[in-house]
Design a protein around this ligand. Sequence first.
Ligand SMILES: Cc1ncc(COP(=O)(O)O)c(C=O)c1O
Length: 387
Amino acid sequence: MTIYLDNAATSFPKPPHSLERVFEALKKGVGTPGRGRHFTSKKANDAVQDIRKRIANFFGLFDDFRSVFTYSATDALNLAIKGFLRDGDHVIISGMEHNSVLRPLKGLERQGKITLDIAPCDEKGYLKMDEFLRCFKDNTRLVIISHASNVTGAVQPIEQIAAEVHKRDAFLLVDAAQTAGVLPIHMAEQNIDMLVYAGHKGLFGLQGTGGLLIGESVVGIKPWREGGTGFDSKSELQPLNWPEAFEAGTHNVPGILSLNEGLNFIEEAGIEKIAEREMEHLRYLWKKLKSNEYIKLYGPAPDEERVAVLSFTIEGWDTEDIGNILDQNYGISVRTGLHCAPLAHKTIGTYPNGTIRVSPGYFTTQEELKAFLKAIDNITSIKVGWY
Ligand SMILES: Cc1ncc(COP(=O)(O)O)c(C=O)c1O
């Protein structure tokens, strides 16, 4: 049996009975939302609209037509970036961003459409506020910040950043891939203009789920993916009605149903309880790993603003080798290397080898953590290349 400690990539296991309930719905027949007048299509459509509303409420967004389903956080980030930016805009991102933010922006920069500044972060991953403020220009229109880093777990002060962004008449897009379902997020109270979530991590949905929530401050965003929407089929051009304009193609209905189950679980368990349990795991791992003289830990200490994503390196060892040994000799899954976030590793000084990242989840047990720590102790007792 695998010990799964890679919840920052995708959460596993999913809550008890959630997959069974999705499977039961599929067995009864699930149609394509908005694509027919028959019962199964209408039923699927009603379910999708209810869950859309539920997601909007969950994140403090009042208009459900501004809650867009996508196939991943990456898909949502592409929509927000390519749909919102105009030629000549200047964009600021933090030095901890994921490639799903960096790559679309670098592409637009190469095409000469936008200019981009990367605001530095400290070695824990926190934004350096003074340097961030110095990045603003007259044409700065968008700031993109990861709520929590997928490498160090550092949580950025979103309200403070939002206040600075709005003082300068720009918009704030928050990448909540690592925090949705783990930290309370309220777009209206935190003054977030656009929010991206991954459905398959802290929200306990299936892979192939994510979304973009477009705040009331944002108008004029253009669809990125074009095609069939079930609406206005005579039109040769993508229709403009929200949210259908942004959701071309058949919805991932099983995934959306699984998001509903994920929300049921989060509301029953309580988001604070989920966060506390994950942080309990983090504190335990931090304390034990810190006492090993061959291990270097990265990121904020457990009592700082952070989530339970922990990066470390082992003296004398390649990170990928550790990943392979843990997998093959111990049946333990962790993620090693650059975690699709080379910027973050440059910031914390671990580029190009990266780190070993352990990310326990709500369902991780103390026994699993003990087995992981024992494996690490065994590995560090082997002295590679030492004489
Ligand atoms: C901070 C951050 N942003 C974006 C993504 C991309 O998420 P997805 O895999 O849903 O596209 C991830 C995934 O690991 C992430 O950690």
